[in-house]
Design a binder for this molecule. Structure first.
Ligand code: ATP
Ligand code: MG
Length: 238
């Protein structure tokens, strides 16, 4: 039970060889968990997700997915492998319709799940109502729901979310968190990068604080929220 889905050991990664942004990061995401990654701007949170999904090179350490080492993973194979990823920026195609955006999410999936579209539309009614509209016309909150829907359409076991609540109204933030919870209850493990650190720690099973490309603190969400040092250094000002 609760096997590790993703395991990151001593990961060194970055954008230019010889310039490691991540300097030996460790992380575990177990089956059905919600794990948050928090930390200041520039800590390397997005870089960590990009390294896991194979968008940037690995210079040292290892990443395992379901116990098998991920080597030179090609991003287009992610859906086949059961990994969904919602990047921090440009996570929908504004000039395509909602329906076309969802189809892009299904690209390369092992089986072209016909029922996936109905499941997504059942979950996110607003996407059904607007399926022929361009994604560029959606509100910020609706775009994030579309980005979630696109990541879910290939029926992943795990999704990596990079700041899904950034820039949204309080009401839209609540909605996004409710959906993430629902997605998790449907059996999907969640790796969540969040600016809204307190909320993320209240919401998650376990959390990691990253700082300057390194692990700073790790623990249950509750332990981190009650850690005076974590509060002083990372929660007060975020
Ligand atoms: N495409 C890139 N090319 C070169 N360096 C980059 C690139 N993207 C990010 N960096 C650098 O990597 C470091 C970590 O950035 P990253 O985006 O991972 O931080 P973050 O923790 O996600 O921050 P934020 O909270 O602002 O999203 C920063 O120093 C940043 O300048
Ligand atoms: Mg980021």
């Amino acid at each position: 039970m609760n096997n590790p889905i993703i395991e990151v050991n001593g990961l060194a990664s970055g954008y230019v060889k010889g310039l490691n942004i991540l300097q030996g990061v460790d992380l575990v995401l177990k089956d059905k968990e919600i794990v948050s990654i928090i930390g200041p701007n520039g800590a390397g949170k997005s870089t960590l997700l990009k390294a896991i999904v194979g968008l940037i090179p690995i210079f040292g350490g290892k990443i395992y997915f379901n116990g098998a080492e991920l080597k030179e993973i090609k991003s287009y194979k992610l859906a086949q492998m059961g990994i969904g990823y919602v990047p921090q920026v440009q996570n929908v195609f504004p000039s395509l319709t909602i329906e076309e955006n969802l189809e892009m999410g299904n690209w390369g999936a092992k089986e072209r799940h016909k029922d996936s579209f109905n499941e997504i539309y059942d979950m996110f009614n607003i996407l059904f109502d607007k399926k022929k509209e361009r994604a560029g016309n959606l509100s910020g909150g609706q775009r994030q729901l579309l980005a979630l829907g696109r990541a879910l359409i290939s029926k992943p076991n795990v999704i990596l979310l990079d700041e899904p609540s950034a820039g949204l109204s309080p009401k839209a933030i609540d909605e996004v968190f409710e959906y993430i919870n629902l997605i998790n209850q449907n059996g999907v493990s969640i790796l969540l990068v969040e600016q809204n650190a307190k909320r993320a720690l209240k919401f998650c099973d376990r959390g990691y604080v990253l700082d300057q490309g390194r692990n700073a603190y790790t623990g249950s969400g509750e332990d981190l929220l009650n850690d005076d040092k974590v509060v002083e250094l990372y929660l007060g000002k975020l």
